[in-house]
Design a protein around this ligand. Structure first.
Ligand SMILES: Nc1ncnc2c1ncn2[C@@H]1O[C@H](COP(=O)(O)OP(=O)(O)OP(=O)(O)O)[C@@H](O)[C@H]1O
Length: 209
């Protein structure tokens, strides 16, 4: 369970997140919609432990972020400005990441890369990838350790129609596995059909629909 209690974030005298409370449950997909600058990325960054709230708390399985734990123990993220290692191929990128937590096997890495429609045995370096291929690898990076929580900021950006269908099916599988999935998008119609709950961000406020 992922809970937000009275969460606010102030940056330079402006509240960019305003007194947000919500509970996310395992096995559901939550769509976070709202126009540019409404606070979607800031909320995802806060849930990922990358931003410290000014007020309020993020609670993951009864543990308070930044008090009981420094980071969510099991989370996969796609957040803007993420960097893949351009000098390595897809497999090596995930293999290097897998050394940190040591929860994913070689098989898990290969499976994740296959699931996003890339070739786990290709030696093509990421610097030669198209934008859409990079985004697919970002998704593989987010799911390969089978995390409890997936925080995905515009996950299908730059991905073609066939790829979007593939990624939607993949996210439905992650939901079946019991993950909490939060997808931020400024285009509601892109992911609405996938989501169990629609949440709207408006000037730092969270509005449930
Ligand atoms: N590092 C920062 N310093 C100051 N203000 C920031 C910073 N990051 C974000 N903001 C402000 O916080 C607000 C919310 O930004 P955020 O990136 O969360 O919006 P968003 O909904 O994700 O938009 P987009 O759809 O463009 O990605 C904006 O007003 C933005 O200017």
């Amino acid at each position: 369970m992922l809970q937000i209690c009275n969460l606010s974030k102030k940056i330079k005298n402006t509240y960019v997140l305003k007194n947000i409370s919500y509970t996310f449950k395992p096995g559901y997909i939550y769509g976070l919609f709202g126009k540019n600058g409404s606070g979607k990325t800031m909320l995802l960054r806060t849930l990922a432990g990358l931003v410290i709230p000014t007020e309020g708390e993020v609670i993951i399985n009864n543990q308070v972020l930044h008090k009981d734990i420094s980071f969510p123990p099991s989370v996969g993220v796609i957040i803007e400005n993420m960097e893949l290692l351009p000098q390595y191929d897809a497999y090596t990128n995930l293999f290097i990441l897998s050394k940190i937590k040591k929860v994913a096997s070689k098989h898990d890495i290969e499976e994740a890369i296959k699931k996003v429609g890339l070739d786990p045995f290709s030696k093509l370096k990421v610097k030669k990838y198209s934008l859409g291929m990079k985004q697919r690898l970002n998704i593989a990076q987010a799911i390969f350790e089978k995390p409890d929580i997936l925080l995905l900021d515009e996950p299908t950006n730059a991905i073609d129609d066939k790829g979007v269908e593939l990624i939607h099916n993949l996210l439905l599988e992650e939901k079946k596995r019991g993950a909490i999935i939060i997808i931020a998008s400024h285009l509601k119609e892109d992911i609405e059909s996938l989501c169990d709950f629609s949440l709207k961000m408006n000037e730092g406020n969270l509005i449930y629909e």
